[in-house]
Design a protein. Sequence first.
Length: 168
Amino acid sequence: MVGVVPNAAYRHFADRDELLAAVSATAMRELADRMAAGVARIPGEYGDPAAARRRLGAIGTAYLEFARAEPGLFATAFALPQQHAYGAPDDGTGPDRTPLGQLRTALDELADAGVLGRQRRDGIEYPIWSAVHGLAVLTGPGPLRDVPEATRHHLEELTLSFIGESLT
């Protein structure tokens, strides 16, 4: 489709694993960028409880939208276990802009705002991530892939509401 022979990529990558790792990292950065853009659109000062809740919702919404709009990239983002996918900053010089890092930042803000109790904060990003990721998989390539758009949207709203309500 792009006018090159299939093995042309191997002029730039040592093998299939190196190529897959590069595409996976690029897909993860795209997901992170979309999440950051969703958060950036939310007005309100840091620590404002309502704004903090909306920022958490924006992260989940962006995650689900990316999974729906870019199913191949979404699957590729998680094709390999990668350190950056689970929270290590890309270069250690700035804020963690990985998807998990952004979720952690939103949860830290909720704790600072008094919405999420400090005793519940530690590790809660994993059940939250699993709920949103699970829905993305179920309604993407999974058994709920053929549900009507309105049903999928309703399931997304239910999941995000469930998460939001479980934090208090």
